[in-house]
Write a protein of this length. Structure first.
Ligand code: CP
Length: 364
């Protein structure tokens, strides 16, 4: 059984096939309207969502299936203190597939360990959001026609922006991709993303504090919201919240075919005047979410005809140590899940760097 916890759980060939299927669903929706008859999707959302939850539910209903779930932790027994492990052990008896969003990083890993049905990570804290990445990749393929050779700029909150982390991981597998990271010092990319997906692979990457200085180089500009809900200090959030605002004036500095993306919701970081620019792709991007999630549900339920065979990538076995270190990330699932052992993987042998198995925070 396959889960989708990290975008790298899917090979590039599988992602290409998912986009093909999503395109076919868009062109021929009737062909797919009964493929999930009698199947049930559970949407377990411990954090707010508009696009991800509703597009998952729309996806399953459009495939002829059914949906159950909750849209806030307080309307579930999590409010009484039930663990993720126990919740999933119950829900996999009620549903055939689960999409879950949780504020704690690594929560979907715990869910997958206790599930007899596929688990889809619909966002875990400031860590990963792989189904947003499928939507993003579908948008890039539609707009640019390729993934190789693109210069992609990420602007805003690169520290807590889980969609950024997943999209960088995904794009790092294509050829000649250049990353341009635009953020204030305080909101730079976390070490695990920079090391694992950029430095270890020797990919080209530049950092800039100014959007105007680099916008002219970009094929894709991925704007992000400053993630208020992840800040410990409200003052810090208010200081940083309007760091970048994409305006019609700034768009004049960009290439005529640059594609502007945003996972949404936006707060103030793209002026509404940009919405009418033909390079603004963010609403299209959100709409693709329904179709790519239809394809993903079909895939994880084994319902894609002639699906590409899964070939596990060759990866060096990582040593895991249990109980030796304690994760210091307050957003890690180890801080709340009962009796979950502390586990760290050796991600960099040369420099003896261990990272938490759940949230990838470096050990003290
Ligand atoms: N892009 C995204 O995850 O949006 P929601 O938070 O509305 O689901």
């Amino acid at each position: 059984m396959r889960h989708l916890i990290n975008i790298l759980d899917l090979t590039v060939e599988e992602i290409a096939k998912l986009i093909d299927v999503a395109d076919d669903i868009m062109a021929n929706p009737d062909k797919y309207s009964e493929v999930c008859r009698h199947k049930i999707l559970a949407t377990l959302f411990y954090e707010p969502s508009t696009r991800t939850r509703l597009s998952f539910e729309s996806a399953m209903l459009s495939l002829g299936g059914n949906v159950l779930g909750f849209s806030e932790a307080n309307s579930s027994s999590a409010a009484k203190g039930e663990s993720v492990a126990d919740t999933i052990a119950m829900v996999c008896g009620y549903a055939d597939i689960v999409a879950m969003r949780h504020p704690k990083e690594g929560a979907p890993i715990v869910a997958a360990k206790h599930s007899s049905v596929p688990i889809i990570n619909a966002g875990d804290g400031g860590h990963y959001h792989p189904t947003q990445t499928l939507t993003d990749l579908m948008t890039i393929r539609h707009e640019k026609g390729r993934f190789n050779g693109l210069t992609i700029g990420f602007c805003g909150d690169l520290k807590f922006g889980r969609t950024v982390h997943s999209l960088i991981a995904a794009m790092s597998r294509y050829q000649n991709v250049r990353f341009v990271l635009i953020s204030p010092e305080e909101l730079r990319l976390p070490g695990f993303v920079k090391y694992e997906y950029i430095e270890k692979k020797g990919l080209e990457c530049i950092q800039s504090r100014s959007l105007e200085d680099v916008i002219g180089e970009l094929d894709v500009l991925y704007m992000t919201r400053i993630q208020k809900e992840r800040f410990v200090s409200e003052d810090e959030y208010f200081r940083l919240k309007d760091s970048y605002i994409l305006t019609a004036e700034k768009m004049k500095l960009a290439k005529s075919d640059m594609c502007v993306m945003h996972p949404l919701p936006r707060v103030n970081e793209i002026s509404v005047a940009v919405d009418d620019d033909p390079r603004a792709c963010y609403f299209k991007q959100a709409h693709y979410g329904r179709y790519i999630r239809m394809a993903l549900i079909m895939k994880l339920l084994g319902l894609i005809k002639d699906d590409v065979p899964y070939e596990k990538p060759d990866e060096e076995e990582q040593e895991i140590v249990y109980g030796e270190f304690t994760c210091r990330n307050s957003r890690c699932i180890t801080t709340t899940e009962q009796e979950l052992p502390q586990a760290f993987k050796l991600t960099d042998k040369e420099n003896k760097i261990y990272r938490c198995v759940y949230c990838e925070t470096r050990r003290n």
